[in-house]
Design a protein around this ligand. Structure first.
Ligand SMILES: *Cc1c(COP(=O)(O)O)cnc(C)c1O
Length: 374
């Protein structure tokens, strides 16, 4: 991944710097409304990262010690960490081989009376099939949080991913499509949750600093509950507003490049490329391929050959249950998670990637399989 940034983002950041209002202010408010509108959410609350958005989501739901939170192990580690931050126990569920996401089939067996929340991820931008999961969770009084960190611009049944979600979380790290350097957003359909989230991200204050500084009269704030400093700066939000206008173009180019990878790698034996699911349209934030024994090289061998050719591939998505940080957490067998994490790799894909660059990548993979260039 390489972020797509130009002079326009630089100018937007510079304007904020010279304005003198750098912390969460008017640009953040503007970015929140624009982003929420784009993803079909009633409310957007900007925060410092998707990790803090996830932490805030579970805090808002009142999840705490003694509670269980079902998460995919097959995700960036922040997805499981949020359960630990609030003192709850992460419970790992397996994922579907097709899209790498949780499903009713994998979640239902791990639900207990202590399950308070399920965090579903749209892995690599691939929309999870959330509708059946929402029904399952609703029927058991369990909250569904959508970790849409990677999925800005992806669609689910024709709507933006996260549309109508009770709580969805987003990342603006440079590894995702739309970036603000660091940054995140919590979107919600619930006005009261949004209001409380705004307060909690700003130390639990009853009046935002922005409103206080705009007032002509002295305002004495009070702290209604113990909150956090999860604020985003106006510099980040100004960059985000420019990036948001480019989101459709980013998705379009990524989908073009993904289509070319699929076409040029489709005949490689022992290699499967990620594909859209019947319920969604991916932004292809990560374009992964899975190798099986029909491919002559192992995943790590292929990564090495790619690196030697100057191509920066990456091992696929991690599995949290295998990390030392989670060594003590009991879990069921996670066969699909382990298969995917061991046998997938992510190929380079970025907005300004040229067709020639892509052919170079494809050429290396095809050569490894003993095939000629596509
Ligand atoms: C990137 C990512 C996060 C963390 O996002 P930050 O903004 O870096 O905190 C969380 N969950 C998933 C699925 C991610 O891909």
């Amino acid at each position: 991944m390489k972020p797509w940034l130009d002079e326009e983002e630089a100018r937007a950041a510079a304007e904020v710097v010279t304005s003198g209002w750098l912390a969460q202010g008017p640009r953040v408010a503007e970015f929140e409304s624009a982003f929420a509108a784009r993803v079909g959410a009633a409310h957007g609350v900007a925060v410092s990262s998707c990790t803090t958005a996830l932490h805030l989501a579970l805090h808002l739901l009142g999840v705490g010690p003694g509670d269980e939170v079902v998460v995919p192990s097959f995700s960036f580690v922040a997805t499981s960490n949020c359960a630990v931050y609030v003192g709850a126990t992460p419970v790992f569920a397996d994922v579907e081989p097709y899209d790498g996401n949780l499903s009713v089939r994998t979640v239902e067996p791990v639900l207990t009376e202590r399950t308070r929340a399920v965090v579903v991820v749209d892995q690599g931008g691939m929309p999870a099939d959330v509708e059946p999961l929402r029904r399952l969770c609703d029927s058991r009084g369990i909250a569904l949080v959508e970790d849409a960190a990677c999925a800005a611009g992806s669609q689910y049944h024709g709507d933006p991913v996260g549309a109508g979600a009770l709580l969805a979380t987003w990342s603006f790290h440079p590894r995702k499509l739309l970036t603000t350097g660091e940054g995140g957003m919590l979107t919600t359909s619930d006005g009261e949750l949004a209001e409380r989230a705004r307060r909690l991200r700003e130390h639990g204050m009853n009046i935002s600093a922005a409103a206080r500084h705009q007032s002509r009269q002295p305002v004495l704030e009070s702290y209604l509950e113990v909150g956090f400093n999860f604020r985003m700066t106006d510099i980040q939000a100004a960059v985000g507003l420019v990036q948001l206008r480019k989101l459709d173009a980013m998705v379009e180019r990524r989908r073009q490049l993904a289509g070319s990878y699929q076409a040029m790698l489709g005949d490689v034996p022992g290699l499967r490329t990620v594909e859209d699911s019947p319920w969604g349209r991916s932004n292809f934030q990560s374009f992964w391929v899975e190798l099986d024994p029909g491919f002559p090289l192992s995943r790590n061998q292929l990564l090495t050959v790619l690196a030697e050719a100057g191509v920066s591939g990456r091992a696929g998505i991690m599995a949290a249950h295998r990390q030392p940080a989670y060594a003590g957490v009991a879990h069921r067998e996670l066969p699909v998670t382990e298969r995917l994490t061991d046998n997938t790799l992510i190929l380079p894909l970025f907005h300004t990637m040229s067709d020639a660059e892509q052919r170079t990548v494809v050429g290396v993979v095809r050569r490894c399989a003993g095939l000629r260039a596509a």
